[in-house]
Design a protein around this ligand. Structure first.
Ligand code: GDD
Ligand code: MN
Length: 373
């Protein structure tokens, strides 16, 4: 230990023991009240808060900077060109030099008064991860906006439970604490997509983690609105599939294939409508195919390749390229299906073989020429 560090430690100036990691997107109205709430909840402890903002358009980073100028416990990370709750938490936790990291939302929905209990449970060694849980005795989930959100949360819990190595009442919680070294050890194995960083941690850890749930409430959001959308739901499904496949299927390929399934449904629906309007089958199928390609392109551009999203003229060129790639994929599909059918005389087998070749071709070409890095 350097002389300065020894001196600092001697007169109690050691660094923080706890880093509270707060992912933020458009939370300008919440960061101030959260810092004040943390001052009360963690009084007497050596703590810091690290806000990780994805260059919010509402001025969240500027608000954090202003708070940091007044308060040495406040730190801010501003990420440009990257989006995502989980990846923000990962970068925030890895930037911490504290013994314990606690993760919580930045909208005042998590009850900061429970942070001490989470930290003490980890520090005492009774568990590796302490989770603020809404679904244990004394927990409360009334802050979820509506019945749809409750249904979504319950569905997510059931899905996660199928894969989790430990039975948890609230695996969807974004409020938990663990040792920073534990987080750093697991970090290289994390998928880091979507919202559910706790599920990602529990499924990615190379060693089983002892988890303790501590009852906590979940209040109504103070300001702004939830960022949970269809993409986040898709990313959650893709996260579980990624963990199920032990990483040998790229997450993006899973998302691309899921979007492809949507395209098949659109194709069928539009073809049926065109047939009902009196078009012959080949024309109806052609209309269905073009509409499906356009919708798939939109979904891939906004979901699958969100980090490489095409805009303006590049989006138009991208659509034309995508349609060209998919047309070649459709020809390959028919060609391979025909070849397999002549050998196996099995329609289903031939059709699946053609579809697999087409989705691999479409994915490979889309990733290298349409949404190239
Ligand atoms: N940096 C960054 N980037 N932060 C984000 C992003 C993002 O793309 N999206 C959301 N956040 C931040 C929000 O600003 C907020 O501080 C926190 O992540 C939770 O986002 P919400 O939009 O408020 O999520 P919610 O209210 O639907 O809460 C659900 O997800 C949370 C996170 O897993 C619930 O399931 C909560 O229990 C859970 O904690
Ligand atoms: Mn919220």
């Amino acid at each position: 230990m350097s002389e300065a560090a020894a001196e600092a430690a001697a007169d109690g100036q050691a660094g923080p023991e706890i880093s509270v990691i707060v992912p933020c997107y458009n939370e300008v109205g919440n960061v101030g009240p959260l810092v004040a709430a943390l001052e009360r909840a963690l009084a007497g402890r050596r703590w810091e808060v690290i806000f990780v903002d994805d260059n919010s358009p509402d001025g969240t980073t500027e608000a954090v900077r202003a708070l940091a100028r007044e308060n040495a416990r406040v730190r801010g990370l501003c990420r440009v060109g990257r989006r995502g709750l989980s990846s923000a938490v990962i970068e925030g936790a890895l930037s911490s030099s504290a013994q314990i990291v606690a993760v919580m939302d930045g909208d005042m929905q998590h009850d900061e008064s429970r942070l001490g209990a989470l930290v003490d449970a980890v520090r005492s060694g009774v568990c590796d991860v302490a989770v603020g849980s809404r679904h244990v005795e004394g927990g409360d989930n009334s802050g979820l906006a509506n019945a749809w959100r409750h249904a979504l949360s319950d569905g997510g819990i059931k899905l996660a439970q199928m894969l989790l190595p430990v039975k948890l009442g609230d695996p969807m919680s974004g409020f938990f604490a663990l040792r920073q070294e534990t987080f750093a050890r697991i970090a290289p194995h994390l998928s880091g997509t979507g919202f559910k960083i706790l599920v990602d941690l529990l499924l990615s850890s190379p060693h089983p983690l002892r988890v303790q749930e501590i009852a906590c409430g979940f209040r109504a959001r103070l300001a702004g609105e939830s960022k949970l959308d269809a993409l986040v739901m898709l990313q959650f499904v893709a996260l579980l599939l990624d963990k199920l496949c032990r990483g040998w299927l790229p997450l993006r390929f899973v998302a691309f294939a899921l979007v492809g399934l949507v395209g098949i449904g659109v194709n069928l629906l539009v073809m049926q409508c065109a047939r009902a309007l009196g078009f012959d089958f080949p024309v109806a199928q052609g209309i269905g195919t073009v509409v499906a390609m356009i919708i798939n392109f939109q979904l891939d551009n906004n979901l699958t390749y969100r980090d490489r999203r095409l805009r303006g003229v590049r989006c138009v060129w991208g659509l034309l390229l995508f349609m060209l790639v998919c047309s070649v994929g459709a020809l390959a599909n028919v060609g391979v299906a025909d070849m397999v059918y002549h050998q196996s005389r099995e329609f289903n087998e031939a059709s699946v073989a053609g579809a697999v070749v087409a989705v691999v071709w479409n994915y490979a070409m889309s990733s290298t020429i349409v949404w190239r890095r």
